[in-house]
Design a protein around this ligand. Structure first.
Ligand SMILES: [Zn+2]
Length: 180
C-alpha cells in the first residue's frame, strides 16, 4: 500500500497494493480493496465500497451509496450523483449506484444515481447514463443509448456476437448475453 503524503486518507480499510495519489481525500467509512489505483484529486465518501484491482483516474468524486466491484475502470472526471431530487439543506433519500465487475466508464461521463452498470459494460466518454446498463453492452451519448455489444476484452462484437480481437463468442440466452 502506498499513500502519498499529500493525500488525506482517513479510512483504515484499504487493501494491500493499493496506491492513493496527491490531493485525494478518503473518508473513514470507505472500504477499498487490494491493488487499486486512486489517482490525484479524488474524493471518496463514507458509504462507499470499492473492490480489488479498480482504477479511479483523476478528478473523480465517489459519493455515499456507490458500490464499485472488482476490475472496474473509472475514467478521469467521471461524475456520479446520489440524490434524484436535490435541494440544498434538505434530507434526501440515498439513490444507490452499482458498477459491476469489469465495467469501464469513459472520461467525463455522468452516471445518474439509482442505476446499475452491468458486468463488462462500456460507457463512452461524455455519456449521460439515465438507465440500467446490461452486461457486455456499449452505450454512448446524452442520454446514453446502446450502440453495440462489447466483449469482456473491451472490443466491440460483430453481428454474429464474435470478437475479432480475442476470438471469443457470445450468444443471447433469455435476453441476456452470455459467453460461449
Ligand atoms: Zn474480445
Amino acid at each position: 500500500m502506498k499513500i502519498h503524503p499529500l493525500s488525506d486518507v482517513q479510512s483504515e480499510n484499504i487493501g494491500s497494493g493499493t496506491v492513493v495519489w496527491q490531493y485525494s481525500v478518503i473518508l473513514p467509512g470507505a472500504v477499498i480493496g487490494s491493488n487499486c489505483n486512486i489517482n490525484a484529486h479524488c474524493f471518496i465518501e463514507n458509504e462507499v465500497r470499492i473492490g480489488n484491482n479498480v482504477t479511479v483516474k483523476c478528478g473523480v468524486f465517489i459519493w455515499d451509496g456507490i458500490t464499485v466491484e472488482d476490475n472496474v475502470h473509472i475514467g478521469p472526471n467521471v461524475t456520479f450523483t446520489n440524490d434524484i431530487f436535490p435541494r440544498s439543506k434538505h434530507d434526501f433519500e440515498l439513490a444507490r449506484t452499482i458498477l459491476k465487475k469489469g465495467a469501464s466508464i469513459g472520461a467525463n461521463a455522468t452516471i445518474i444515481a439509482g442505476h446499475t452498470i452491468g458486468e463488462y459494460a462500456l460507457i463512452g466518454a461524455g455519456s449521460v447514463v439515465t438507465k440500467d446498463i446490461p452486461n457486455n453492452t456499449l452505450w454512448a451519448g446524452n442520454p446514453a443509448r446502446q450502440k453495440s455489444f462489447v466483449c469482456d476484452c473491451g472490443h466491440k462484437l460483430d453481428e454474429a456476437l464474435h470478437c475479432s480481437h480475442c476470438d471469443a463468442d457470445y450468444r443471447i440466452v433469455n435476453e441476456r448475453i452470455v459467453r460461449k
